[in-house]
Design a protein around this ligand. Structure first.
Ligand code: COA
Length: 378
């Protein structure tokens, strides 16, 4: 080990790698705050648009500030024609997260401000990205099913426009508020893996689009945002309430990780899961199909009993989105449609007080080997 290097902490567990005013997770008490406000309070009362403003400005907006932000989002939500063409060219079989990563990268090519590093231009890019994420996802969903894209409608919220442009029909209030709360709950989570990736990229003074592409690629993994799709895959595979317990026991016997459980920071209930569990239950009762909620609840009981692991944000979001009829491979993209607000907030914060993020590795390989000419190697 070089004299100036520390011993590596596997997965950087417990390492504090940045100062931030955006959000804070208290894993012991199971508390999450966005810029000082408790997530329970925000989930009950705030809209996603208010959260976006809060994360970018570290205070709640006045009515006129909120209206201005909504107008900016509405004006920015239409996709450039080249992006429509690109989405049509992407294979219908592509994973929507791969599609999103590709399209967001391409958005930079059609943004005259892509390389403008002024804070005003970066804030405008944050607006455009946040406005366009849901429309990219729903446009792809329609195009891959042979349907014409639906233009976002001015006056609808981000949640409302997500459902409207997905289904091409006026969304109902319960579905809209469910998506809105889900967006509030997923918006930021301190230095999670994708946000860290975004900050590392931003800290090289690369542009915002590059930072967000890094984040999308990181969110996609099954240990992070990809877990919600894994949860519904498992539930569909299990198929019935009585199969839940044997399936879980078998998974543990095979040392498999069960998606939607466990967390690096929380040692108690993830406060976001509390709201998603309740929304999943209510939607199940409303549609008369409580099977997925019932199975989820049983799985939660067995996993807790056997391994003392808690459900995380991804666990009940799966049955919630499923109850809304959302295609399962759009679950992780919905996470991205929310987290783009937090990613951009962190990128703006990083730019405002930047230092290159460049940690060390603990070298564990050999040293002092002598070069062997190619012909002499065994
Ligand atoms: N299913 C089964 N066992 C799990 C588990 C899960 N979902 N999550 C953690 N564990 C077990 C591990 O096997 C390990 O057991 P061991 O000490 O006997 O080896 C122990 O709990 C600690 O887990 P570890 O993987 O070291 O925790 P981590 O902090 O590195 O990982 C997660 C955190 C979130 C990646 C991990 O809990 C996980 O893979 N969960 C499933 C994926 C998921 O839902 N991700 C979304 C997170 S919001």
């Amino acid at each position: 080990m070089s004299s100036d290097a520390n011993v590596a902490k596997a997965g950087l567990e417990g390492v504090v790698a940045a100062q931030s005013s955006i959000s804070d997770v208290n894993g012991i008490e199971g508390r999450l705050i966005y810029a000082g406000y408790d997530i329970h309070d925000l989930a009950r009362h705030a809209t996603f648009e208010e959260i976006i403003y809060l994360l970018w400005n570290l205070r709640l907006p006045t009515r006129s500030e909120l209206n201005e932000l909504k107008q900016q989002i509405s004006q920015a939500s239409q996709l450039p024609p080249e992006i429509h063409q690109l989405i049509r060219a992407i294979p219908a079989t592509a994973s929507p997260m791969d599609m999103l990563r590709t399209v967001v990268s391409a958005l930079a090519l059609y943004d005259a401000e892509a390389g403008d590093m002024s804070s005003a231009a970066n804030l405008r890019k944050a607006v455009r990205l946040t406005a366009r994420f849901p429309i990219i996802v729903t446009t792809f969903q329609r195009v891959r099913n042979g349907l014409e894209p639906v233009e976002p409608r001015p006056g609808l919220s981000i949640a409302g426009n997500f459902l409207y442009t997905l289904n091409g029909a006026e969304p109902d209030e319960v579905a809209t508020r469910t998506i809105d709360v889900a967006l509030v709950l997923h918006a930021d989570h301190e230095l999670n893996a994708s946000t860290f990736a975004a900050r590392v990229t931003a800290a090289t003074l690369s542009d915002m689009y590059s930072a967000i592409v890094s984040a999308i690629g990181t969110l996609k993994g099954p240990l992070h945002g990809g877990a919600n799709e894994g949860v519904i895959k498992n539930l569909l595979e299990i198929g019935s309430l009585e199969n839940v317990e044997p399936w879980v026991l078998n998974a543990f016997a095979n040392k498999a990780k069960i998606m939607g459980f466990g967390h690096r920071v929380y040692r108690t209930e993830d406060p976001r899961a509390t709201h998603l569990r309740e929304m999943s239950r209510q939607l199940g009762e409303r549609t008369g199909e409580t099977k997925w909620y019932d199975m989820s609840q049983r799985m939660e009981e067995v996993v807790k009993r056997e391994k003392h692991l808690n459900a995380n944000v991804d666990f009940y979001s799966a049955s919630t989105y499923y109850a809304l009829g959302i295609p399962t491979d759009l679950f992780t993209p919905i996470f991205a449609c929310s987290r783009i607000s937090g990613w951009t907030a962190h990128v703006l914060e990083q730019y405002a007080s930047n230092r290159l993020i460049r940690p060390r590795a603990e070298y564990v390989g050999p040293r002092d080997l002598q070069y062997v000419p190619l012909d002499e190697r065994a």
